[in-house]
Design a protein around this ligand. Structure first.
Ligand code: F3S
Length: 709
């Protein structure tokens, strides 16, 4: 028979801590009281009674000044007041996770919000949480939530904050929230379900689906054990719910080759071991072992000797140590700066609870686990894993120890940073902070300062854009005594740029196209990075239209396609083109018009010798003053105005110099009948010389044709 014991079986972190505190109190005071059974397990309660811990059901049963233990479920503020009045010494074993819910609901109540608790109305934990709320509502199921809202429609309008009992069923919580969310307009939801419970149920389900029989150990009054058995029965047809080894009827396991074992949060380790031992004994394959709590090693060794049954225990827990060891550990005082080792008890969205085996409960805020953005902690670590961390703060009043894994990593990785400095190796890190002089990058837990000048960003650019980004850097300086490290992102960029430049120069050729980024603009052109190398696009190569500044077409940072016009490897100069040859306006013009065509042209500039008119965007022609009208005119503006559109005849196209001559006069017979006395004028039009159309650089007067007399 193979026995598989769940590693999440038995005490949760909160219960284990409470039991330790009770053992310690019993030792210190000789006897003390506990408000309600410390855990839902009769055997464990009897064991504690043997140590001197008596269970009372209310404060009325307490003796004056009697030391009293508050169990992990916690109590409301009125109980603390009563205990104060009685002068009782309080041993507060409220689970830190539960205590945080108390603080949360109090805060929400103080802010004027109505607290809704999803949980079992009569559960002591729920009763305690209610005590911290003033007025609140407890809902057990989604149906109750529906009913609560329908009873009074005004409830949907009040500010509501929802929390859950830590051992609540996730599905029930989520469905209840869904119902309330549909109607409430001002809602805050706090998922306070403890992962310990869901992890235990998940593991029970996993094991149950692979075994022939499943044993669930737990107290008769434990709701959490009941739930565990229900979950196991979903995957296994033979589930035995027992309180202890006495309740195990081995006949029910007959024929089973694989047996799974799990236990509720209130089941002590020694009961689980007794059950395992009973299965070993039954097989008559183990020698009789000592009574009571048996060290796991002994069970394992014996099992190995005889080969069967095989007892698999994953991730040994603190409970395997002897009582003396546990006691010694539990009274150990922790100090800031110490390195500690513990077992992960639960993981929530905000923190990781760590069982340190001491009287304090350890926790690592998620922000102290890693700086890596987007990391799902639950993918990296799991409940039951061992973890090392650095003590950041010890709070003796609350009984908590804040830990940091990041800090410990930083100490561990210091050597690798020193090595990287020596070898100038490129390291990676996350930008975690921006300050006056630059940014701080977390490299394997070590804080590396990168001055603004080494950030790789342009001068005066905001450093904020680097925040939370993964960057590569080179360590420039390590000051061991001051533990100060300086790095440079720019050095890496420079190395990468050099490599790219070499590649670009080795394969560059005229006509080759590149996708580049505009790095800077000057009055004569734009510099474009085509891969570690900047080429220049002259202003005349930027647009087919006439432009005065490159900024009319491009801006720094634009990504554009360019092609190589020419290059010189010696002088490292590259001339680039940007204009699309297919968009060449002269080609468009000549494919549409020829000499004799009549076009609608727009007067763009009036000069003394004539008017420039746009025929198509990018191609202007000149209407010489003699071609503006069928009569002599003093100046072009006597007839034309800038911006006006007129019809003109194309009377000459100079393909070589890309010049066009236009004439309105040639059309005048269509508009105004030509005077009979001037027929020669029409003939003369063909002799009109070609004129320049560049309005910015008009031809010298001597280049222009003489005005007709
Ligand atoms: Fe246990 Fe505390 Fe979670 S008592 S179930 S660890 S909230």
């Amino acid at each position: 028979m193979e026995v598989i014991t769940a590693r999440t079986a038995g005490f949760c972190f909160g219960v284990r801590r409470a039991v330790k505190m009770a053992e310690e109190a019993a030792k210190k005071y000789g006897s003390c009281a506990c408000l309600g059974p410390l855990i839902h397990n009769d055997d464990a309660v009897r064991y504690l009674e043997g140590l001197g811990v008596r269970t009372v059901n209310s404060t009325a049963e307490l003796k004056e000044r009697e030391p009293v233990i508050i169990r992990s479920h916690g109590v409301g503020p009125e109980v603390y007041r009563e205990l104060d009045e009685l002068g009782c010494e309080i041993i507060d074993a409220t689970c830190p996770d539960v205590a945080r819910i108390h603080a949360l609901v109090k805060n929400e109540t103080d802010e004027g919000r109505h607290v809704v608790i999803i949980g079992e109305r009569h559960h002591p934990e729920v009763a305690a949480i209610s005590g911290w709320c003033g007025e609140c509502t407890v809902l057990e199921t989604p149906e109750e939530a529906e009913k609560w809202l329908s009873e009074d429609p005004e409830r949907a309008k009040i500010p509501v904050s929802i929390v859950s009992q830590t051992t609540g069923e996730r599905k029930n919580f989520e469905n209840s929230v869904k119902v309330i969310k549909k109607q409430c307009t001002n809602l805050k939801v706090f998922d306070t379900i403890c992962n310990t419970t869901s992890n235990r149920q998940r593991e029970a389900r996993e094991i149950a689906s692979t075994v022939d029989a499943m044993i669930v150990i737990g107290g008769r009054h434990s709701a959490n054990t009941d739930k565990l058995a229900r979950v196991a029965s979903e995957c296994c047809g033979n589930v035995l719910l027992i309180e202890n080894a006495d309740g195990l009827d081995l006949r029910e396991l007959r024929g089973a080759k694989r047996v799974g074992v799990t236990a509720g949060a209130s089941t002590p380790e020694w009961i689980i071991k007794e059950v395992n031992r009973k299965m070993c004994d039954e097989n008559k394959t183990v020698e009789t072992v000592e009574e009571e709590t048996v060290a796991a090693e002994a069970v394992e060794e014996t099992a190995q000797e005889v080969e069967a049954p095989e007892v698999k225990e994953v991730a040994p827990e603190a409970g395997e140590a002897s009582f003396e060891e546990l006691l010694e550990r539990s009274i150990k005082t922790l100090h800031t700066g110490e390195k500690v080792r513990g077992v992960i008890a639960s993981i929530t969205q905000t923190e990781i609870s760590v069982d340190l085996g001491t009287k304090q409960s350890g926790y690592i805020p998620i922000s102290e686990f890693t700086d890596e953005p987007g990391v799902n902690v639950a993918d990296i670590i799991h409940v039951g894993d061992e973890i090392e961390a650095y003590v950041m703060r010890v709070n003796d009043v609350e009984g908590t120890v804040m830990l940091s894994k990041k800090r410990l990593d930083s100490v561990k990785n210091w050597d690798s940073i020193v090595e990287a400095r020596a070898s100038r190796a490129v390291v990676e890190g996350i930008v975690v902070e921006e300050n006056k002089g630059g940014v701080v990058v977390n490299v394997k837990g070590v804080r590396v300062f990168v001055p603004a000048s080494q950030s790789g960003l342009p001068k005066d650019a905001p450093m904020t854009e680097l925040l939370k980004r993964k960057v590569k850097l080179i360590i420039r300086e390590v000051n061991q005594p001051r533990r100060r490290v300086v790095g440079s992102i720019r050095d890496v960029t420079a190395i990468e740029r050099r490599a790219k430049a070499e590649a670009t120069w080795s394969e560059i050729e005229v006509g080759k196209r590149y996708h580049g980024v505009v790095k800077s603009l000057t009055s004569y052109g734009a510099f474009v990075d085509i891969g570690g190398v900047d080429g220049m696009v002259h202003v005349s190569e930027l647009s087919w239209k006439r432009i005065h500044q490159p900024s009319e077409v491009l801006k720094v940072g634009d990504e554009i396609d360019v092609y190589v016009i020419s290059f010189d490897k010696e002088t490292k100069k590259i001339s680039l083109g940007y204009k699309d040859p297919n968009e060449n306006p002269w080609v468009k013009f000549t494919s549409t018009y020829q000499v004799g065509s009549i076009a609608d042209v727009r007067i763009v500039k009036l000069m003394t010798f004539g008017a420039f008119a746009e025929i198509v965007p990018g191609v202007d022609g000149l209407i010489h003053i003699s071609q503006i009208a069928d009569r002599r005119i003093g100046k072009p503006e006597d007839v034309l105005t800038e911006g006006e559109t007129v019809k003109a005849k194309i009377i000459n196209i100079d393909n070589e110099n890309k010049k066009v001559s236009l004439s309105i006069r040639a059309l005048s017979d269509l508009v105004v009948p030509a005077p009979a006395a001037e027929p020669e004028a029409v003939e003369e039009e063909d002799d009109t010389p070609v004129v320049v159309y560049d309005t910015e650089n008009p031809p010298a007067p001597e280049e222009l044709p003489a005005e007709e007399e």
